[in-house]
Write a protein that binds this ligand. Structure first.
Ligand code: ZN
Ligand code: ZN
Length: 125
């Protein structure tokens, strides 16, 4: 493991595996990602203040996302341990459409179809 991270639309993932929660790197970015992207506030606006209680959902224990399952193209920088990423569909850095974390997480919270499932892949090798 390189200790490098990739940041896409304000969410961080380990660079080597693309995991938000990585057992190989011993990292869990969910808490920081929720905070830096203002997920709790956004979900409260979208689903109501009691969205956790109402849906039996725990934001801090949500399903971790694997960024590489979204077809991200990493851009590494010579200096520093951070990479950024663009989507393959629009070649757009931090694409709001492809990396709409609020939509994805709210789908998980409410158990809403395919979006809830897409995020569940963890790479372990
Ligand atoms: Zn990792
Ligand atoms: Zn896109």
């Amino acid at each position: 493991m390189s200790g490098k991270i990739i940041i896409v639309n304000r969410f961080a993932f380990c660079f080597d595996h693309g995991n938000e929660l990585c057992h190989l790197c011993d990292e869990d970015f969910r808490f920081d990602n929720n905070n830096s992207a203002g997920i709790a506030r956004a979900l409260a606006r979208k689903l109501g203040n009691e969205f956790e209680a109402e849906n039996g959902f725990d934001l801090q224990e949500r399903q971790p996302i694997n960024i590489y399952t979204y077809g991200v193209k990493p851009h590494t920088h010579h200096r520093g341990p951070q990479a950024s990423g663009s989507c393959t569909e629009h070649s757009k850095l931090d694409c709001q459409k492809c990396y709409d974390w609020i939509r994805l997480i709210s789908a998980e919270a409410t158990g809403d179809g395919i979006d809830a499932v897409r995020a569940r892949v963890i790479r372990s090798g």
